[in-house]
Design a protein around this ligand. Structure first.
Ligand code: FNR
Length: 352
């Protein structure tokens, strides 16, 4: 199967996922504030992640490109939505365009449609510093994501089987490029030890890409004859992974992603410590099933929901929201307890 056919398979199978009413965020609850003492008009959603100044904490996470006309069209429409709603946007892995110049246009369209936007390049951890520079140049990227996807590769029939030296390559690449590097997972989460290791080689931002949303083990299992079903349940749920990452290092920016669907999910992700929230599968499904206008409307709704939630908590800024008190219960609490992470830092704080 060609790389471009595989890209289309990923989109096709990701579209089959149906949202349900339960969320990985159910075990996180805000503490109600009866006297928030602010107005809706006081709330601001702009925020910085290091040198990236964002007008919204939400961004469109890496999905596609490199699969010819269909992926060109998706990237084009995602880029228009990003421009019209002020969201940053990452493209899908650009290795295909580094190997085949004929695929470059499927990524370049993102910069063409959104000349002034924040756009993020994307490659896997097999990338060298030279690959990284070329991927950044291709779309005049403001940042670079490097994805770690061991479980996806192992489940993929034609996937990689050798994962040695990834950390060394990441270190070289961080030192060679002049934009921020965000190391991300793709739906299996990151443990605090991983974040600590990445931080030790100079990585300053991670996207935890936790479990609970798009599931690449399920997607790749649909492409296998004999399934590796044990990987379907693998991974660290997104809220836990955000907390693991945040508690590990104050010097690292943490982006939450994996399973975000609503303004409440986003507010919870930020309150757990995330500096930004990436959304992929949910946006893709709206775009493909309902069109560009519906996607832009959904993003607007998410912004409005977030503003209302922040108002109810008395949070004027994203930094305030990161200090909103909340309660962590159930399995999430149990996990954190086992990992030696004290949840009182969340339940006993207040917005100053
Ligand atoms: C992805 N994702 C992804 N990530 C990445 O770093 N490079 C890539 O090329 C892709 N490709 C891709 C294709 C499709 C169709 C989807 C839906 C997703 C993973 C994505 O960025 C994100 O980490 C996960 O999808 C989890 O977030 P959601 O989908 O639960 O919001």
């Amino acid at each position: 199967m060609s790389r471009s056919e595989r890209k289309w398979d990923h989109i096709r199978f990701a579209l089959q996922k149906r949202e349900n009413n339960s969320s990985v965020f159910d075990e996180i609850k805000f503490i109600h504030q009866s006297l928030p003492n602010i107005s809706v008009n006081d709330v601001r959603l702009d925020h910085s992640i290091g040198e990236l100044s964002l007008s919204s904490p939400i961004f469109i996470n890496a999905m596609t490109g490199g699969g010819g006309e269909k992926t060109y069209q998706i990237n084009k429409e995602l880029a228009i939505a990003a421009k019209n709603t002020g969201l940053a946007m990452a493209v899908g892995s650009q290795m295909s365009a580094l190997k085949d110049k004929g695929e470059r246009y499927t990524y370049e369209v993102v910069r063409k449609e959104n000349p002034k936007g924040i756009i993020v390049a994307n490659l896997g951890s097999e990338a060298t510093a030279d690959h990284a520079k070329r991927a950044i140049d291709m779309i005049a990227a403001n940042a670079l994501q490097i994805h770690l996807n061991v479980i996806q590769e192992l489940t993929m029939p034609e996937g990689d089987r050798n994962f040695t030296n990834a950390l060394k390559r990441i270190e070289n690449l961080v030192n060679a490029v002049d934009v921020p590097v965000i190391v991300k997972e793709v739906g299996f989460g990151m443990a605090k030890e991983t974040v600590e290791t990445l931080s030790s080689v100079g990585v300053t931002a991670v996207d935890v890409g936790g479990s609970g949303g798009t599931n690449f083990a399920e997607i790749e299992n649909k492409r296998r004859e004999r399934t590796l079903s044990f990987f379907n349940e693998w991974g660290i749920p997104t809220p836990i992974s955000i907390i693991e990452a945040v508690c590990e290092s104050e010097n690292i920016f943490v982006i939450g992603s994996g399973g975000f669907l609503t303004g409440l999910d986003i507010a919870k992700g930020i309150a757990l410590g995330a500096n930004g929230i990436g959304m992929a599968g949910f946006f893709l499904r709206i775009l493909v099933e309902k069109g560009l206008e519906a996607l832009e409307k959904e993003i607007e709704t998410l912004h409005n929901e977030l503003v209302f939630i922040m108002t109810s908590l008395g949070a004027k800024t994203i930094s305030d929201l990161q200090n909103a008190p909340l309660i962590i219960s159930g399995e999430t609490f149990h996990w954190l307890n086992q990992r030696g992470i004290d949840t009182k830092r969340y339940s006993q704080r207040r917005i100053k």
